[in-house]
Design a protein. Sequence first.
Length: 313
Amino acid sequence: MAVTKAKVAVLISGRGSNMAALLYAAKAADCPFEIVLVAANDPGAAGLVLAAAEGVATFAMSHKGLKRAEFDRIIDAEIRKAGAEYVALAGYMRLLSPEFVGKWEGRMLNIHPSLLPKYKGLDTHKRALEAGDSHAGCSVHIVTAELDDGPVLGQTPVAILPGDTEDALAARILIAEHQLYSRVLAEYVQRDSQPEAILAQVRERAMALPRAEETLSHGMPCFGIEKGKKFAYFTKDHHGDGITALIVKTTGEEEQAMLIEEDPDLYYRPAYFGPSGWVGIRLDGGATDWDHVRDRLETSWRLIAPRKLADVF
């Protein structure tokens, strides 16, 4: 099953070296994100030339003469037109309007050249040197309305050497930034597709059914009616099949075969369960239809629930 990559727009103001690091990381086949737009508030930003040469869509417009919110609305429209689901700030030297930040809440990241919460804002290397710190570094954080104040997702400390200058320290920290940003962004866009997060989604829906309980069976989390039969199993790489899925009951092998024939990318015949008419629903392809999962859980629950219980639900 092909995994859908998260679509990311990158905002820059200059050379775009962190943008380039993200762009080249995205070329790896197993990278969970792709860059769909590079936008700048300076039409002369050098990073735009690189992005265009690498086949990435670009947009540039000077912010001069425009109110902050007005310019941000223009950028927002371009990001949405590109189909982006996330925004990565990479040396974007503009304060963002609260309206723009609110629209991308939880979906916009920034890289900052200090070990936050130390040294928010500018001149971070100079401030670290003047403070006599043993280490400087960089941080990736979620963007909030307050400058450089959102939750930190990852950091890389960089040792300050004897006799360091701002430029020398900045050059080493930039190497760390290039390593850190792509790794943290990859982890972040996959956070909802990790097996633990998927199981939490399944659990929320399964446990909402009457008298549902969660237990373990054959090493798998499973859901059943209290002191009764099971109506769903959660499987993660069971017997090394590499699949994350929900196994639910159908009316029999005929319905099972029909579902698989109609959507073979979603449904499959699970090992050991298949001969009994159970069907697997893959949850590792991205963009899971959780309403559909809820409906299949309810259908499976009804197939095993005592008549008296099913009739009142």
